[in-house]
Design a protein around this ligand. Structure first.
Ligand SMILES: [Zn+2]
Length: 135
């Protein structure tokens, strides 16, 4: 089964093999290097590359590295179109709940992390508070 996260990243990169080779190992099963190194050294590829890599890593692990301001400021028209297409695919395909072998294995940890983050956001009602509002 094709990984939806991987597909979203391919769309984001405009299927550029150089960027895909930069991000992933040759087997495409994992990241070529630590995420922080990938973002930092992407500047050597070009001005837009760190932004593209940060967004790709967010698709990959939900790490919240990318900033929308950087996306709109630093991506040219073609790369921005790819970003929008990737985002549309990610949402439509439910890539956050990808059922490929790799994503299925790591899902419990990812869901726990996301749930914890949402719970920490200011103004996030707890389940009990939500129930009270409806009562
Ligand atoms: Zn997957």
């Amino acid at each position: 089964m094709i990984c939806n996260r991987h597909r979203a990243i391919s769309i984001l990169f405009g299927y550029d093999p150089a960027l895909l080779d930069y991000l992933f190992t040759s087997s495409r099963q994992g990241l070529a290097r630590p995420a922080s190194t990938l973002v930092r050294e992407a500047a050597l590829i070009g001005q837009a590359a760190p932004v593209q890599v940060a967004v790709a890593l967010d698709f990959w692990d939900g790490g919240r590295r990318s900033r929308l301001a950087d996306v709109t400021r630093l991506l040219d028209a073609h790369r921005y179109d790819c970003f929008i297409a990737a985002l549309e695919y990610y949402v439509a395909a439910g890539a956050g709940a990808c059922r490929c072998h790799r994503c299925s294995q790591r899902r419990p940890k990812t869901q726990k992390t996301v749930a914890k983050r949402v719970a920490l956001l200011p103004g996030t009602p707890s389940f009990e508070e939500d129930t009270n509002v409806r009562a």
